[in-house]
Design a binder for this molecule. Structure first.
Ligand code: PLP
Length: 346
């Protein structure tokens, strides 16, 4: 029985082209700046994001932490959404490692943070307050149904940040999903941010790796901070080779994942006992609920595993399914059939 694993787009396996690229990768010591494949990936990534330079890191979490450490000093403050991945799911790293203070503001359902709330959160100069230094946005927004931030919204936040002497970091783990969903070049979404991190190992299917992009000066300092975290890698071209294949071959196909997510969401809406806000599905992340509180969402997850379908429980009655490379329309129909069967028996 084939497993249809919809828990996350991080479960994607490298393509044949990636495996071949890894096998043939030209290698050197990247801490000496001598890994030609890593250097090439970093150049391609910077160009794609419209920035001067880029640095490869092992994960999205490390990319965000390196960025925050590069923007802020100890005791300074980062303004970010209360539903952001950086606040909820990165082990409190900015405070644990950097002594940097997270100041959370409510995310709206579409992943934005209201400008007036950001403005109110920026501290005045007063000995009692930490210094506000950085605003972080997330595009697409994982917890907010994979929603897409528009270039106009990002620009308005950057304008406010600029006026108040703050910087903007974009957690763009899935920024290519946003670009594909909006039909825009990704630079439209990144140009207003001072730094951007994006992941190779989610929808783009690479086995490992993320990139941080920004000005040459910022990336030089980020390189030092990556080293502080033990993230200097040696023959990292092994990873970068797959990353190059990902950027060259795996971006446009994200549209297929978005279509499959829509198909899944529409199917879920037809299953008695499940409820979903269909109009919120914009990219590859689908959240839905068991409509009846008496039905245990955990039991649904377990019974689906027995039918070869994996989804994630993310709250008491709340479930998440993510579409990705390796999942086709037929798999979606099989997953829906399994969900219908389990719900019918409940
Ligand atoms: C929006 C967002 N940012 C950052 C990350 C962290 O990436 P990683 O798991 O590579 O550390 C994730 C992971 O799912 C994410 O969804």
């Amino acid at each position: 029985m084939k497993t249809i694993d919809l828990r996350s787009d991080t479960v994607t396996l490298p393509t044949q082209a990636m495996r071949e690229a890894i096998y043939h990768a030209e290698l050197g010591d990247d801490v000496f700046g001598e890994d030609p494949t890593t250097n090439r990936l970093e150049k391609i990534a910077a160009e794609r994001m419209g920035k001067e330079a880029a640095i490869m890191v092992v994960s999205g979490t490390m990319g965000n932490l390196v960025s925050v450490l590069t923007h802020c000093r100890r005791g300074e403050e980062v303004i970010l959404g209360d539903q952001s991945h950086m606040f909820l799911y990165e082990a409190g790293s900015m405070s644990a490692v950097g002594g940097i203070h997270p100041h959370t503001i409510a995310n709206q359902p579409d992943g934005t943070i209201r400008l007036k709330n950001i403005e109110a959160a920026i501290r005045s100069s007063n000995v009692h307050f930490p210094r506000s230094r950085l605003i972080c946005l997330e595009n697409t927004h994982n917890r907010c149904y994979g929603s897409v931030l528009t270039p106009q919204y990002t620009e308005s936040v950057a304008k406010l940040a600029g006026e108040r002497g703050l910087r903007v970091h974009l957690d763009g783990a899935r920024v290519f999903n946003a670009a594909v969903a909006l039909g825009l070049d990704v630079t439209e979404l990144t140009r207003h941010a001072d730094s951007v991190s994006f992941c190779l190992s989610k929808g783009l299917s690479s086995p490992v790796g993320s990139l941080v992009c920004g000005s040459s000066q910022f990336i030089a300092e980020a390189r030092r901070n990556r080293k502080v975290l033990g993230g200097g890698m040696r023959q990292s071209g092994i990873i970068a080779a797959a990353g190059i294949a990902a950027l060259e071959q795996m971006v446009d196909r994200l549209a297929e994942d978005h279509e499959n997510a829509k198909r899944l969401a529409e199917g879920i809406a037809r299953i008695p006992g499940l409820s979903i806000e269909l109009n919120r599905i914009q990219t590859n992340i689908v959240y839905f609920d068991v409509a009846d509180d008496r039905f245990d969402a955990g039991a649904l997850v377990k019974q689906l595993v027995g039918r070869g379908v994996k989804i994630l429980q993310v709250g008491p009655g709340r479930l998440r399914a993510v579409t990705h490379y390796g999942i086709n329309a037929e798999d979606i129909d099989l997953a829906l059939a399994a969900m219908s069967e389990v719900m019918a028996k409940s």
